[in-house]
Ligand binder design. Structure first.
Ligand code: IPE
Ligand code: IPE
Ligand code: MG
Length: 247
């Protein structure tokens, strides 16, 4: 399956302005468990369905030509969940990377990860993450980032520790310098942060980077999110007036 970029006309047909697309869209994929519970299914079924929703977003981003897509896959706080669910999520992420790596590569997608890599993540998973990153590092299409074992506060703590180890002169610590010490200094700030499931919070996602992001909180559960929801979100984004403190 190859996903082609839509033409300007095709993009306009879905009432999206091809000239005002966000550079970076991020998603807090929430509500998998509730989606399953509502159907009397095990929570794990919600995660399985959620994976489909995520790859619909990837396709939609490729079709629109959005350069960056980031998804919150597992937070530094998600280790608090019952052991079986944590184990499932770790395995599930491993399987997803293995399953999707080649098709993403075929579609010229560059796969990246942000998160704390030297804490708690099993070595086998780290190896799969490295393989996916290496295989796709020269791709020039969508940069698809999975925030895994990610916490915005942990990221800032890790950045401060590295700055101190590097003996940075305090007068050199600027916003630009801090950005250089984040997990991926190249990643632009998200223009749009979408969260599903009706919860209106960040849950420790991209704290530094979302200072001026537009937020969109949707009531649908993540497994119900699809390409149409993604397009709708982009249309909503295009109705916002961003000022960045200016007039
Ligand atoms: C999001 O769905 C997936 C992860 C956090 C890994 P949840 O598992 O949080 O589902 P709810 O919020 O309990 O419904
Ligand atoms: C946020 O969802 C983390 C991910 C989507 C990976 P949570 O379900 O963990 O967030 P809270 O606990 O409701 O804030
Ligand atoms: Mg949740």
């Amino acid at each position: 399956m190859v996903t082609k970029k839509l033409t300007t006309k095709e993009i306009q047909k879905i009432k999206i302005d091809p000239k005002a697309l966000p550079n970076h869209v991020s998603v807090i994929m929430d509500g998998n468990g509730r989606w399953a519970q509502d159907r009397s299914l095990p929570r794990t079924e919600g995660h399985l369905q959620g994976e489909q929703a995520l790859f619909e977003c990837v396709e939609a981003a490729i079709e629109l030509g959005i350069p960056w897509l980031t998804a919150y896959g597992f937070s530094t706080e998600n280790w608090k969940r019952p052991k079986e669910e944590v184990r499932f999520l770790i395995n599930f992420n491993k399987e997803t990377i293995r399953k999707r790596r080649d098709e993403l590569h075929e579609r010229n997608v560059r796969i990246q990860f942000i998160g704390r890599e030297n804490w708690r993540i099993p070595k086998t998973l780290l190896k799969d993450m490295d393989n996916a990153r290496d295989l796709t590092k020269d791709n020039t299409g969508l940069t698809f980032t999975v925030a895994f074992n990610y916490g915005g506060r942990a990221e800032i703590v890790d950045a401060i520790q590295c700055m101190i180890k590097d003996k940075l002169d305090p007068s050199k610590i600027t916003e630009k310098q801090i950005t250089k010490y984040l997990y991926n200094p190249e990643m632009p700030d998200p223009d749009l942060v979408i969260r599903t499931s009706g919860e209106q919070r960040l849950s420790n996602f991209l704290l530094w980077q979302s200072a001026y992001s537009e937020f969109l909180f949707l009531n649908e559960m993540w497994p119900d999110f699809n390409k149409r929801s993604f397009h709708k979100a982009i249309r909503e984004y295009q109705n916002r007036a961003r000022r960045f403190g200016d007039l």
